[in-house]
Design a binder for this molecule. Structure first.
Ligand code: ADP
Length: 541
């Protein structure tokens, strides 16, 4: 039994006649009940406070203070208001007086001469009530302490989520920046005069760095999904075009392994639907890359078919079917778990992080779709992503821009201030801008940017977010608030290699006009610059 419940229950008998007190006391005596008595109603309130009284038996007729008055005093005092009071009175009492006592807070009456059975029964029932109240109180305080603990745990979880997010923002910046620089430099080198051997080395460097950035991106993507940072943005998408482009992109990869990659698109598939092209691309690319990776010979079929159609939209099945090594039945559930790979020599030789499918599965669910799998060891695997899409009435062609830097319209008479602390990135971005005839001044931190802007006139600033001495937010705020009227509204595009949404929001609050993720897509950068500077040559993507 609970400690609190085992605690004595204290009862007080208040009667000016000592004989009555003695008889009552004798009849109530038992284990677990501590009895206090007094013949002086004046002392009763203090006695109740001092002895933590739970039940009071009070005679109504007493000199100086009668039972009703004493009841009133107990009920007025916050330290005694909880006491359960039984009034003791003679049989001659009229019903008005009985009601008066009950109204004033008494719980019951005992009538003289006292029937000891009734007295004991009533006191017993009050003891039960007191025990129940104690139990409720104990449960309440237990509940309160659980609530406090829960609140603490929630705060801690929130705190560690923020720490994790910040770590992620920094890590993504720190890793992706030099990696992007490597990829950019490799592509610059490829365009220069090099011999065949150097070209081979460059090709290997390209493969390694691209695969490394793929892994970093996967880890970040996975963390982003965890943090609820992935948004599904549906827009008019030419789904047939999208699928064909992915197949064109992956076909050379398949051909290198001697595999055929064929796309089969149901004629019923409507070209334009409302879809999240970015995530659909990601899902299909992952499934097709896996199919190529785990197939030694034969064919990869990429099938798009209509499963259902009605006035609202269409249910599409995207199927990626390979003739590869297959997946054992026992592993079918596990492969969607993060970092899980099949623990068997046949599968382990392929390497990988075990992240791809867990991302695909979670993305598929975020899109409101389903990912299903059928597989037979030695025969092949078939992944089906089914998703419902709404119709789109407008016809828009989705074109990815394949132009070389030098093919973009020139942006003559434009001068840009570039604030970027990473020397290599600074070099690459400057080169890109100079290809478009833009005059570039480069500085290494926010403070230098502010100083440089004071001295010279520019049409636009490209501002990195993470920089030493003064970061991009601070520099933007300074420009927006402290510069003279002619310069304080200069268009600013900020950029960062991290993927955290919060950074975009903060940049917006600081006053930037636009935001870009590194590495830059040249077409997008050109378009953003043109738009901000109202150049008519703006590229229509
Ligand atoms: P990774 O390929 O980086 O290891 P994934 O999450 O993409 O990670 O895949 C998890 C595991 O599922 C793989 O390691 C592989 O064992 C198995 N798997 C995925 N796709 C296929 C496939 N098409 N055929 C056979 N096994 C596959």
């Amino acid at each position: 039994m609970d400690l609190d419940l085992q605690k004595n229950i204290n009862i007080i008998i208040v009667d000016d006649k000592i004989d009555n007190v003695v008889v009552l006391e004798a009849s109530l005596e038992r284990e677990g009940l501590q009895i206090f008595t007094t013949t002086s109603p004046k002392d009763a309130v203090q006695l109740c406070i001092d002895n933590d009284i739970s039940i009071a038996l009070i005679d109504v007729k007493m000199p100086e203070i009668d039972g009703y008055q004493l009841l009133g005093l107990l009920k007025q005092n916050p330290l005694t208001e909880h006491i359960l009071v039984i009034l003791i009175t003679g049989f001659s009492m009229n019903s008005e007086d009985v009601v008066k006592g009950l109204r004033n807070g008494a719980v019951d009456y005992l009538f003289k001469p006292l029937d000891l059975y009734i007295t004991t029964a009533k006191v017993n029932s009050l003891i039960t009530i007191v025990n129940h109240e104690r139990e409720i109180q104990r449960k309440n305080s237990e509940l309160e302490s659980y609530q406090t603990e829960l609140q603490k745990a929630l705060e801690q979880a929130e705190q560690s989520r923020i720490v994790k997010e910040n770590f992620l923002a920094n890590m993504s910046h720190e890793i992706r920046t030099p990696l992007n620089a490597i990829i950019g430099l490799v592509s610059l080198l490829k365009g220069s005069n090099i011999d065949g051997h150097q070209r081979e080395i460059l090709a290997l460097m390209e493969i390694s760095s691209t695969s490394l950035i793929g892994i970093v991106n996967d880890i970040l993507e996975s963390a982003k999904i965890d943090a609820g940072k992935i948004e599904i943005v549906r827009s008019k998408t030419n789904v047939v075009d999208l699928l064909q482009k992915i197949c064109d992109l992956t076909r050379p990869m398949a051909a290198e392994k001697g595999l055929q990659l064929i796309s089969e698109i149901d004629k019923e598939v409507p070209p334009m639907i409302m879809a999240d092209a970015l995530r659909l691309n990601q899902i299909l690319l992952n499934l097709i890359s896996n199919a190529i990776k785990f197939t030694e010979s034969g064919t990869i079929r990429v099938i798009l078919r209509v499963k259902e159609k009605n006035h609202e939209g269409v249910l599409l099945d995207f199927i990626v079917k390979d003739s590869g090594i297959g997946i054992p039945q026992s592993a079918l559930d596990k492969i969607f778990t993060r970092f899980e790979q099949i623990q068997d020599k046949t599968w382990q030789k392929f390497g990988g992080t075990g992240l791809g499918l867990s991302i695909v599965k979670r993305l598929a669910e975020l899109k409101g779709g389903e990912l299903n799998i059928e597989s037979k060891v030695g025969e092949g695997t078939s992944f089906t992503f089914s998703n419902r899409y709404k119709w789109s009435d407008e016809l828009v062609t989705v074109n990815s821009d394949q132009r070389k830097l030098s093919d973009f319209p020139k942006l003559d008479d434009v001068s840009i201030l570039l604030a970027e602390d990473d020397e290599i990135n600074q070099y690459m971005i400057s080169k890109m801008l100079e290809e478009w005839n833009i005059k570039v001044d480069a500085v290494a931190n926010g403070l230098e940017a502010v100083e440089k802007l004071k001295e010279n006139n520019y049409n636009l600033i490209l501002m990195d977010i993470h920089m030493p001495v003064m970061n991009g937010y601070e520099a933007t705020r300074k420009i927006r608030t402290e510069m003279n009227d002619a310069k304080k509204d200069i268009p600013i595009i900020s950029f960062s290699a991290s993927v955290i949404e919060r950074e975009r929001d903060e940049a917006k609050r600081a006053g930037v006009d636009d935001f870009m993720e590194k590495p830059f897509d040249p077409a997008l950068l050109h378009r953003k610059i043109s738009t901000l500077l109202n150049k008519t040559e703006a590229i229509d993507l």
